[in-house]
Design a protein around this ligand. Structure first.
Ligand code: NIG
Ligand code: FE
Length: 415
């Protein structure tokens, strides 16, 4: 494999000589950088870096590629710890329904929402689903995402959930960026179990989970803990079954109402608990005593015009906070982490340093990838991006909507 040297970097951002697994509270304001730097990637991994004035020179030019990054910023790629990029079709018509006054809940009650996506997905072949989803997979990489978690949850029957997870497995096997797979059978109760939620939960536990673990299709188990979806008791039951199959929990919680999701996630030692629009002060206290990463999904709160999760309050209380895109057809049809950072700064009052920590180190933690991605650290994946010439890293969230990434490097190679 070739070697890559990026030289004359205006600022090399998020440099952690020794690995840090998460950044909490006031530490989130600290973002170590090296000005006028070089970075070497060898065999797909970060090998070394430093200041240009200390550059040791090149002894081995064999297969070496050199990029001059004068005036440009280099950052580790974003870690997007919560997405649903495997889906069929889109939900543009519901977008218009919402513009015209219907709420997300009203649309769901009329058979739209997640069940609308389930209907489309069931009618789509695995290869077609792969093609449609691959377009999004490469789209987000070109926007700077260098590791990703992807959920099932639009199949809602055994074969269709397997189909989704097999597509996610095909993404993993591309060996492009690290991919984590999450089984989200408990995303909604499918139409055929409308009056028999217990029957559907039995199906998840007794049929889906064994089949999924048999094919080694998932790393995590998730649920939508919410009014009209799954209660905290049902979530707990599903998580306990998942844990027995070796899956760690992640949870959709407190998005549309307070549903005791954070409490459940903490009790089940979830890796992350996500959304959090209705997070209370008691919830913040519970999170402080746990290892669960609270994860804000600003695209969904923006797209659905929800009340905002108390991200600022969480950080001020000493918590670590992650941000992810939630890329999905119903509540966040964008996986652009640059825009998620802008929302973090503008709507949630995070400083650029805090938001960069939230989309790199902390979001890597939220999908169990702390040792592989999230910072410029020797031995981590050579997944970085080079910006266009810009004044500082703060320019990325500031210039919302602009495409400031010029080159994405994955495993030490231009994407
Ligand atoms: O994370 N909240 C639940 N699930 C998705 C949205 C699902 C959909 O509407 O398709 C979310 O926002
Ligand atoms: Fe989600």
């Amino acid at each position: 494999m070739s070697k890559l040297l990026i030289k004359n970097i205006k600022s090399l951002v998020q440099v952690r000589e020794t690995n840090v697994i998460k950044v909490s509270g006031t530490d989130m304001k600290i973002l170590p950088c090296i000005e006028d730097a070089w970075l070497a990637i060898d065999n797909g991994l970060i090998a070394d870096f430093g200041k240009m004035q200390d550059f040791p020179g090149i002894t081995d030019w064999k297969d070496l590629k050199v990029i001059d990054a004068t005036g440009k910023i280099v950052m580790p790629c974003y870690a997007d710890s919560h997405t649903h990029i495997v889906y069929a079709g889109n939900r543009e018509s519901e977008f218009v329904d919402r513009i015209n006054g219907l709420s997300y809940e009203e649309i769901a009650k009329r058979g739209g929402g997640i069940l609308n996506s389930a209907k489309k997905l069931r009618e789509t072949s695995e290869d077609d689903l792969f093609e449609q989803s691959f377009a999004r997979f490469s789209e987000v990489i070109s926007q700077g995402t260098g590791s990703i978690e992807i959920k099932s949850g639009y199949g809602l029957d055994l074969e269709s959930e397997l189909k989704m997870l097999r597509v996610i497995k095909r993404f993993k096997e591309l060996n492009l960026i690290p991919v984590k797979a999450t089984f989200l059978g408990a995303h909604a109760v499918p139409a055929e179990f409308k009056d028999n939620k217990k029957g559907y939960i039995d199906l998840i536990i007794n049929k889906m989970l064994p089949a999924i673990t048999n094919e080694k299709l998932a790393d995590y188990i998730d649920a939508f803990c919410e009014k009209n979806y799954f209660t905290s008791e049902e979530t707990k039951q599903i998580f306990e079954a998942g844990i027995k199959h070796g899956l760690k929990p992640k949870l959709h919680a407190e998005q549309l109402s307070h549903s005791n999701g954070i409490k459940t996630a903490v009790e089940c030692k979830a890796v992350s608990v996500d959304h959090l629009e209705f997070c209370s002060d008691e919830d913040i206290a519970l999170l402080k005593k746990s290892d669960t990463m609270p994860t804000i999904l600003p695209g969904a709160a923006f797209f659905l015009n929800l009340q905002l999760p108390p991200a600022r309050k969480m950080i001020d209380a000493g918590l670590a906070v992650a941000f992810a895109s939630d890329y999905n057809p119903g509540s966040s049809p964008s996986g652009n982490m640059n825009f998620m950072m802008s929302l973090g700064c503008i709507n949630y009052k995070l400083n650029p340093e805090e938001v960069i920590n939230a989309v790199t180190i902390n979001s890597a933690y939220a999908m169990g990838l702390s040792n592989e991605v999230g910072s410029i650290t020797p031995g981590k994946k050579g997944n970085v991006f080079i910006t266009k010439p810009i004044a500082s890293y703060g320019y990325i969230p500031y210039a919302f909507g602009s495409s400031l990434i010029e080159t994405v490097i994955i495993n030490g190679v231009k994407f």
